[in-house]
Design a protein around this ligand. Structure first.
Ligand SMILES: Nc1nc2c(c(=O)[nH]1)N[C@H]1C(S)=C(S)[C@@H](COP(=O)(O)OP(=O)(O)OC[C@H]3O[C@@H](n4cnc5c(=O)[nH]c(N)nc54)[C@H](O)[C@@H]3O)O[C@H]1N2
Ligand SMILES: Nc1nc2c(c(=O)[nH]1)N[C@H]1C(S)=C(S)[C@@H](COP(=O)(O)OP(=O)(O)OC[C@H]3O[C@@H](n4cnc5c(=O)[nH]c(N)nc54)[C@H](O)[C@@H]3O)O[C@H]1N2
Ligand SMILES: [Mo]
Length: 814
């Protein structure tokens, strides 16, 4: 037993271990003030939803209310540990300002109404639009935070019942590049690696991934390896002094937007020193010759000039990666949301392919996810992809779906690539898309170039439906607001980054008239009277478990095969990885162990694209290039970012996260411990830049780009000079300081990666100006990448209210 302030010490105590050993258990728990474990009525099985790590936890229930959480020691992912957001974030569920009734716009204002009135409004608008304009007038913009059952239902409604191609998720902003990079290299989505690779790796390379703040439990695993015998070497590629950088053997801090040059430089060295597994390359890949030619153009000196790093640091990094025996790589938003997102991420896959390091313990690529259920948006076809990783350009895959859903093949849109979110907003702007149903996402804060997004969402001619648990910035612009049940108030399943599937059982009743998202989608389908070819209701299920069973059928024979799973199997144990089927009854730890890929022309999810232009390959081109379905080594030229710094805008602006908040703060802003740790927006500035402009810690500054202007307090950090960082958590209207904007996305640009269509949130040109002297330090954490260079800043602490229990244990509670 030990109590620890988990705001001051987010990662808790170390439990060191060595290579190949079991990661020790440590059970973290936090119960509301005054509640002791023996007073808890029930512990209900679930998993974490404030990141993609998939940490198993139990929800403590007393008198029908949530009173806390406890990590599940038996869980394969976290071995009992919990993230500070999960320890404290559940308190938001019981916020007094939860949405409890539907709202409808009347005379300009949102007023309370009942479900019949709200749904009738949605249904009558849908019917009118279908009759007048056809299915393309309707679009769905969903999330990476719902459950499998909900996405699959939504995908079937959109693709089969309505027949619209306009279905995407906020996963477009998040993991579109992860999916695309996997498709480009392996012909199909699906994470090759496993978290257990951390237990075996001798080198861990993190590319644009601040794992310490964004997947804190995975970082605990890495920290425990670092504290044990024979620790792994760490390579960190990030312009900020993240905790990962602090622990790195080599830290490369490139100029944002130059990732492809850096990766080509690493590959240049790996090939030049022949740190290559030629046998593996010859047996399992295509494309090596093209890569050799391309990376020959990127000697360290040239790369050093483009990325503004030391050539000797790049050489050292390459030496570490090139001599690794068990290399684990992770990639996230520093690549996915930056310039040339897919091209850069694919080069990480290339390192593993040329080194033959896939499918073996310690040898894994984790093209990371961010949101808890982003994997499922992709699998279930609620993000533009088709259900079961099916290929929209392969007619036999469309036929499979048509048979499964018992609809005409022509009903399922496959005339063009699925519409991506940025394009959907363009269609809404131009007026061809007339109804947009937004579920579990807050685009009025999270999409780039907010002035434009607000104008699009506020249009009279656009019928906006928003389904959320709070009256968000987006909900305030809606025509109809539907109150949803939150996590812990509904049952469903979801899958984390390393393909681990968890069940999350209903623990408590939702507030007021709030309903599970699944029930809302099914209610809509019934009211629309959607039918299949035989006149049966479409979809033809009513409960979460029935929806899961339907999804299992859809996944059969595909890479993400769930046929061996069931609600019963998922209960009790903790976390099972897909594929789980007759061949893998206990799930599969790693993909591609046998050097076989899901890339055969008839089976693959995608035929791939040109990494520079994004132009899709024709099926015949793919077949000619990769007849045997091998892994594909794809080279990429470096091209400079679209908005480089200029005389007027001399800084590179990047945006991202802090440890204590989740996205637009609808949950973490309502948990007192988390809110207090980072209550207001700040901007991170390098010491030398601050000195030049005359800015001190805590000063009020204005950050301006060609799109807009944000006011924030200055935090002077060890960030690389020439770069400024803004957290994107804070909603667009700051009630504390009146009329100043504070959302990072006031500043970001309307631009996306040509291959994955993921918006670019990390590279814009900005200028800085001091507005007034501050009265003390910026409201930024001191425990993270945001740590101040000044010693005098008070430490971030949570005090009494943030004391959580931490128990290192041999025994495993059920
Ligand atoms: N605490 C917390 N955890 C979260 C979330 C959260 O909101 N809060 N959100 C979850 C979600 S949805 C996601 S997607 C993940 C995101 O997790 P991460 O990707 O780890 O988080 P970010 O802060 O967006 O970006 C990571 C790093 O990219 C660096 N970077 C910026 N530009 C560049 C560049 O051009 N090149 C390189 N190499 N690096 C660059 C930044 O300095 C930053 O430290 O986190 C998940 N976990
Ligand atoms: N500048 C900048 N912008 C970014 C990023 C960045 O790094 N920089 N990162 C991008 C990334 S990676 C992401 S993932 C997005 C995240 O952006 P958003 O998805 O907009 O962020 P959230 O605040 O998570 O919004 C989720 C919404 O769902 C609601 N919700 C929670 N649970 C439920 C539920 O069970 N049902 C329903 N119906 N609603 C629910 C919450 O109240 C919240 O309003 O932001 C992107 N935008
Ligand atoms: Mo994300």
């Amino acid at each position: 037993m030990g109590l620890r302030d988990r705001i001051a010490e987010p990662w808790g105590a170390r439990t060191p271990y060595g290579p190949g050993e079991q990661w020790p258990h440590r059970v973290d728990s936090y119960l509301a003030d005054g509640v002791s474990p023996d007073q808890v009525d029930a512990w209900v099985q679930s998993a974490a939803v404030l990141h993609s790590n998939g940490d198993g936890l139990d929800i403590a229930v007393k008198d029908g209310r949530i009173v806390g959480v406890r990590g599940r020691a038996v869980d394969r992912v976290n071995h009992g540990r919990l993230d500070p957001k999960d320890l404290f974030g559940w308190q938001a569920n019981a916020s007094a300002d939860r949405l409890t009734t539907p709202l409808i716009r009347r005379g300009g204002a949102l007023v309370e109404t009942d479900w019949d009135t709200a749904m009738d409004a949605v249904v009558s608008r849908s019917k009118h639009l279908l009759a007048d304009q056809g299915p393309s007038a309707i679009g769905f913009y969903t999330s990476g935070q719902l459950f499998i059952e909900e996405y699959y239902t939504q995908g079937v409604i959109a693709h089969a019942a309505i027949g619209t191609n306009h279905v995407d998720g906020n996963t477009r902003l998040c993991t579109a590049t992860a999916a695309e990079a996997l498709k480009e290299s392996f012909g199909c989505d699906g994470q090759p690696g496993s978290y257990t690779d951390v237990d075996h790796a001798d080198v861990i390379a993190l590319y644009g991934h601040n794992v310490a703040e964004t997947q804190t439990v995975l970082w605990m695993r890495m920290l425990d390896r670092l504290a044990g015998p024979n620790p792994p070497a760490i390579l960190c590629v990030d312009p900020r002094p993240t905790p990962v950088a602090e622990h790195a053997t080599v830290h490369l801090a490139p100029l944002p937007g130059t990732n492809v040059a850096l990766m080509n430089g690493l590959l240049h060295e790996i090939l030049a020193h022949d740190w290559v597994d030629h046998e593996y390359v010859a047996a399992h890949t295509v494309g090596f010759a093209e890569l050799s030619k391309r990376v020959a153009e990127f000697p360290p000196e040239r790369v050093a000039q483009i990325c503004r790093i030391d050539a000797s640091d790049l050489r050292r990094a390459a030496e570490i990666v090139g001599n690794a025996e068990r290399l684990l790589s992770t990639v996230l938003q520093g690549f996915y949301q930056s310039h040339q997102a897919t091209a850069a991420s694919v080069q990480v896959n290339n390192i593993h392919l040329v080194r033959g390091m896939l499918g073996k313990p310690g040898c894994g690529v984790l093209q990371m996810n961010g949101q808890p259920t982003a994997e499922n948006t992709r699998e279930c076809g609620a993000d533009g992809d088709l259900a079961g990783f099916r290929n929209w350009a392969n007619d036999s895959h469309i036929e499979e779906l048509a048979k499964l859903w018992n609809v005409d093949m022509m009903q399922i849109p496959h005339y063009a690539p699925p519409t991506h979110a940025m394009q959907m907003f363009r269609y809404a702007e131009e007026g061809t898309l007339r109804m947009l149903w937004v579920s579990a996402t807050n685009p009025a804060v999270s999409l780039p170039d907010l002035a434009r997004i607000r104008a699009i969402l506020a249009q009279e001619r656009l019928f906006l439906v928003v389904q959320d648990i709070f009256l968000t910035e987006t909900a305030q612009l809606a025509d109809v607001v539907l109150p949803a049940a939150a996590w812990a108030e509904k049952t469903g399943t979801f899958t984390n980054v390393d393909r681990t599937v968890h069940i999350s059982d209903k623990a408590v009743e939702p507030p007021g008239q709030a309903r599970a998202d699944l029930d809302v989608f099914l209610d809509y389908a019934r009211r629309m009277d959607f039918r299949d070819k035989d006149g049966n209701p479409l979809p033809n299920w009513t409960t979460p478990e029935e929806a899961f069973e339907a999804w299992k059928k859809c996944s059969a024979g595909r890479p993400c095969d769930y046929t061996g799973l069931s609600y019963d199997l998922l209960r009790g144990g903790s976390g099972i990885q897909w594929p789980c089927n007759a061949d893998h009854p206990d799930g599969a730890e790693r993909l591609y162990a046998d050097g076989e890929f899901f890339a055969a022309p008839d089976y693959c999810e995608a035929y791939g694209k040109d990494l520079i232009t994004g132009a899709p390959l024709e099926p015949t081109e793919y077949r000619a290039m990769n007849p045997g379905g091998r892994a594909i080594i794809k080279a990429a030229e470096y091209v400079p970012p679209h908005e480089p710094p200029s005389r007027e805008y001399p800084y590179v602006l990047i945006t991202g996260r802090t440890l204590y908040h989740f996205h637009t703060r609808t949950k973490t802003g309502r948990a007192p411990q988390l809110d207090a740790a980072a209550p207001q927006v700040w901007v991170e500035i390098a010491e030398s830049d601050a000195r030049r402009v005359g800015i001190d810690e805590g000063d009020a500054v204005e950050i301006r780009t060609a799109r807009g202007c944000v006011a924030a307090s200055a935090r002077i950090t060890g960030i690389r000079p020439g770069v400024v960082f803004l957290p994107f958590h804070y909603g667009y209207w700051d009630t504390d300081s009146g009329d100043r904007h504070r959302a990072a996305n006031e500043l970001t640009l309307t631009d996306w990666d040509p291959v994955s269509k993921q918006p670019i949130f990390k590279t814009a040109a900005a200028t800085l100006r001091r507005v007034s002297r501050g009265r003390g330090a910026a409201p930024a954490p001191t425990t993270t990448a945001s740590a101040p260079v000044a010693a005098a800043v008070p430490r971030t602490e949570g005090g009494e209210a943030a004391l959580a229990d931490e128990r290192v244990t041999e025994e495993m509670q059920p």
